[in-house]
Design a protein around this ligand. Sequence first.
Ligand SMILES: NC(=O)C1=CN([C@@H]2O[C@H](COP(=O)(O)OP(=O)(O)OC[C@H]3O[C@@H](n4cnc5c(N)ncnc54)[C@H](O)[C@@H]3O)[C@@H](O)[C@H]2O)C=CC1
Ligand SMILES: O=C(CO)COP(=O)(O)O
Length: 368
Amino acid sequence: MKRMKSSSSMTNLLGAHQESAEMKVTVFGSGSFGMAMATLVARNGFDVVVLTRREEVAEGINKDRRNPTHLKEFLLPENLKATTDAVEALRGTSFIVHCIPLQSTKSFLESMKDKIEPGVPIVSTSKGLHTETLEMMHEIIPNALGRPQPVAFLSGPTFAQDIMANTPSGAVLASEDIMMSQKLAHLFSGPTMRVYPSEDVIGVQVGGALKNVIAILAGVAEGLGLGINAVALLVTRGCREMNRLAVAMGGQEHTMNGLAGIGDLMLTCLGGLSRNKRVGIELGRGKNLEQVLKERAESLQGVAEGVATTPAAVKLATRYRIPTPIMFMANRLLKGEDDAANLLKDMMEAPMLDDVSLEMEFQAMKYW
Ligand SMILES: NC(=O)C1=CN([C@@H]2O[C@H](COP(=O)(O)OP(=O)(O)OC[C@H]3O[C@@H](n4cnc5c(N)ncnc54)[C@H](O)[C@@H]3O)[C@@H](O)[C@H]2O)C=CC1
Ligand SMILES: O=C(CO)COP(=O)(O)O
């Protein structure tokens, strides 16, 4: 296919999809979401190259048009290729879609910093908070690269499998520059994907990170066999915690009421495909976290970002003095400090404090 000679600036993104056949997109990561994003933009006509760590994955994609480890039931578009060579993956690229788990992003990007052109936009799809530094992707990316880089954040209720199946989905794409959000949102949009541009970089990222924490507890309730009332109770009260913390951190309430907030929370907590909810289900059934994570790693079930995000979420809630008893419950459970049944009993017995100030509610929390 015909390529633009130099495609590293935002101006090259103007006019897509008309120019899509001339633009190359690089996707970092060949896991479930890397494959879904690569397929989505390939369907929009871009030449896509997936950067993978594994030769057999690159070979499967290039020769058989299937990823042998993730979503292998789906035949991939012909204009989607893969390589293990970062220089080849990035040569002449117009933008990058980053689909590497958040906790691994710093070391991954540090190793890539000399290979990524400073003007190439990176669209991050990673959902989480760094366990130790509490950073989000808008901090991790420039810190790892050691320079500013145009960045945007795509988040919403988008299970990889449904994107591959080409059923209707929607998401939000945020960057500090609304013009850039609009252009990039357009590149992901198509007959089965609506992407809404936003400037709320914080809200979009916090929504995607915290919904995974609540999803673990939704899974726990299901694993304990407590019924849908209990799940709805946890998810709704969890949503309130998520919104309050996001706003305290600088996110906008309307973002939390949209696809990147409640939309993703509903999908993850109530849909059947969530890895985070699955971790919770196993914990609710009595397995310990170590056992659950070992089994998931052995069967390549993919990252459950909520596990590493939960300790960071409670530290941020403490920093901002936001009462988040459900997130604290998740943290105690993951740390093995209490069992699920006890924690839920405590939650039901906690005093009703809805008509007091946030600070009084924060001080009245039991565990922290
Ligand atoms: N799977 C889904 O439905 C969705 C996932 N996401 C987010 O996308 C991100 C990626 O998720 P998935 O693709 O589902 O995870 P996954 O576990 O299926 O794949 C992760 C990929 O990253 C690679 N990777 C991990 N550590 C690496 C490192 N240090 N260096 C190089 N490559 C590394 C793995 O080899 C794998 O290809 C997560 O933050 C997730 O929350 C967002 C929306 C939907
Ligand atoms: O973020 C997701 C969908 O929007 C995927 O959720 P899980 O990571 O829990 O599978």
